[in-house]
Design a protein around this ligand. Sequence first.
Ligand SMILES: C[S@@+](CC[C@H](N)C(=O)[O-])C[C@H]1O[C@@H](n2cnc3c(N)ncnc32)[C@H](O)[C@@H]1O
Length: 268
Amino acid sequence: MPFKLQELRQAYTAYQEFLGKNPPARHARYIFPFFVGSYFTYRKVDVRRVVAIAGAIDEIPSYLDVGCGYGDFLEKVRGYLPQATGIEKEGGIFEFARKPDYVEIAGAEQCPAVDVAFVGWMEPGTDFRSRIAKAAKCVITTFDAGGQCGINGGCEYDEFDFEQVAWWRTPSWIDVNAELMNRYYTPSLTVERNEQLTKLRSAHNFWYVYARPDLAERVRAGLKAHLAAENANDCYDFESVLDECGFGYMEELSTLTKARKLWEVMFD
Ligand SMILES: C[S@@+](CC[C@H](N)C(=O)[O-])C[C@H]1O[C@@H](n2cnc3c(N)ncnc32)[C@H](O)[C@@H]1O
């Protein structure tokens, strides 16, 4: 269900109060992700992967970010694919920021035919997969472990005759937020207790890549070729917060049982 605007207004007031306290640079995106970040945490490598996947489908691929919010991730993708656009159902959110020309106020139900649809973190219960599956050749989606999208908690596209090509794990903003709160905003925590809590850190966000069966091998090959030369040193400023909080590129988290290395791409 799209946001309730009244709740968003309250959150925006809290965001402004937070900024008034001159917090450490780059913390805001992990505390107020909707206004200045995204609900999934990303690095430049994620943007480059998404761009490489799109490039495997077409030289100039059409790309649509569905439910893009203010378009934080979309803006980064446009650095490589200037033709990329977004749709956002709730026009009221632009009460707090200017709407970019490349974002249209429209529901996913009106999704046009595209090479790639990106669906970054939908609220639990929101499910427009059947429309996206009709419109897109490839779907890249991020969601939290534990189930979100459909009535039965599914975000997958297998049931719409898509093939899963690859997946990887990153933290959600909540995972990073918990670390930041312990380190900077809970003065009563001792160093020892903080270290104990750090060992419990997890990463709950998954990125799944789906393609129509006739394109799956092409997308897989394109992503593999890209990964062979992936360069994690080419990064955004805000990634320093992830490093500092123990969510490094290829960091292995002891609390995980499968795909323990963050950002490691799985093709199984
Ligand atoms: C949790 S926010 C995620 C925003 C952004 N993708 C991110 O990850 O930060 C979900 C966004 O999807 C929008 N949304 C929900 N249902 C939608 C629909 N049917 N069509 C288009 N946008 C929708 C909401 O208004 C909201 O801006």
